[in-house]
Design a protein around this ligand. Structure first.
Ligand SMILES: Nc1ncnc2c1ncn2[C@@H]1O[C@H](COP(=O)(O)OP(=O)(O)OP(=O)(O)O)[C@@H](O)[C@H]1O
Ligand SMILES: [Mg+2]
Length: 272
């Protein structure tokens, strides 16, 4: 078997980056997320699965600072970030992509990626360059980095295209480049494969693997079991807001609680 680029994540040497304990979210009478514990290491891909309404996106929203937890704690790189807003989370290096694309309209691909660089202000290359080297050089460096990211996701041919002209799948890739522009240390993907063609899915897999290979921690929600099981180092399964299982893809596939929660989707899981 060939070794994966993010294999270091499985070793004890990889540093724990995110530790979530007892995380809970209540919407009125609905317990959307209940007492959730999870942790992610640098360079690790942690898959999150569960039926519709299981609380996956709500969990991501809390980790990204879009929703304030009702209870629980969130420690990132040793710092308690519980309840901080999204811009503060982004400033620490926690970035998310959305279940639905949200590019900045009427801008080029490159410009969209450059906007992403502004998202992370604290300690950013952008600020250092502005302070030290003047605006023109900073601009040139920003363009160079944007182009690097555009190429990384395979959109170089569309670099100067208006984002409105991109296909759905290309929009997804752009969103990833934009998220990477902020130099995240943890990136949250909410159903990134949804709506993509099989070849786009393959490219997406490669990109996510390479992101983890750079030491970035990846949290990945995905309904497409085949896609997720081929990528994740470990998986967490949610059902009605609760974690019902955790383990390697092979362990998850044969976990009776998971099999029961999924019922109809069993075929898709055992095929993976
Ligand atoms: N802002 C909100 N206000 C009230 N209820 C909400 C809100 N956001 C989510 N919910 C509810 O919380 C529960 C969990 O929703 P969530 O979106 O986290 O599920 P999910 O696992 O991401 O589902 P899906 O697979 O369909 O994306 C659902 O019952 C949902 O209706
Ligand atoms: Mg969701």
């Amino acid at each position: 078997m060939s070794t994966s680029p993010h294999e270091a994540a499985g070793s004890a040497a990889a540093r724990q980056l995110l530790v979530v304990q007892g995380l809970s979210k209540q919407f009125g009478g609905l317990q959307a997320v209940a007492d959730l514990d999870l942790d992610v290491r640098e360079g690790e891909i942690l898959g999150v699965i569960g039926p519709n309404g299981a609380g996956k996106s709500t969990t991501f929203n809390m980790i990204a600072g879009a929703l304030e937890p009702s209870r629980g704690s969130l420690v990132f790189d040793g710092e308690d970030l519980t309840g901080l807003p999204a811009h503060a989370m982004a400033g620490r290096g926690i970035m998310r992509t959305f279940q639905h694309n949200k590019p900045f309209a009427s801008m080029t691909v490159r410009e969209n990626v450059m906007v992403g660089m502004h998202r992370r202000l604290k300690g950013s290359l952008w600020r250092v360059l502005l302070a030290g080297a003047g605006v023109v050089r900073a601009e040139r460096e920003a363009v160079r980095r944007a182009d690097e990211l555009v190429a990384f996701v395979g959109l170089d041919e569309w670099r100067d295209a208006d984002v409105d002209t991109l296909s759905f799948g290309q929009g997804r890739l752009l969103e990833i480049a934009r998220a990477l522009a902020s130099e995240p240390r943890l990136i949250l993907f909410d159903e990134p494969a949804a709506g993509l063609t099989p070849s786009e899915c393959e490219r997406l897999s490669d990109i996510i693997r390479q992101i983890a290979g750079r030491g970035i921690a990846v949290l990945l929600i995905e309904h497409d079991m085949r896609f997720l099981m081929g990528l994740a180092d470990r998986m967490v399964v949610l059902n009605f807001g609760r974690k019902i299982a955790q383990g390697t893809p092979a362990e998850i596939r044969s976990d009776p609680a998971v099999v029961e929660a999924y019922l109809g989707d069993l075929g898709a899981m055992t095929d993976a």
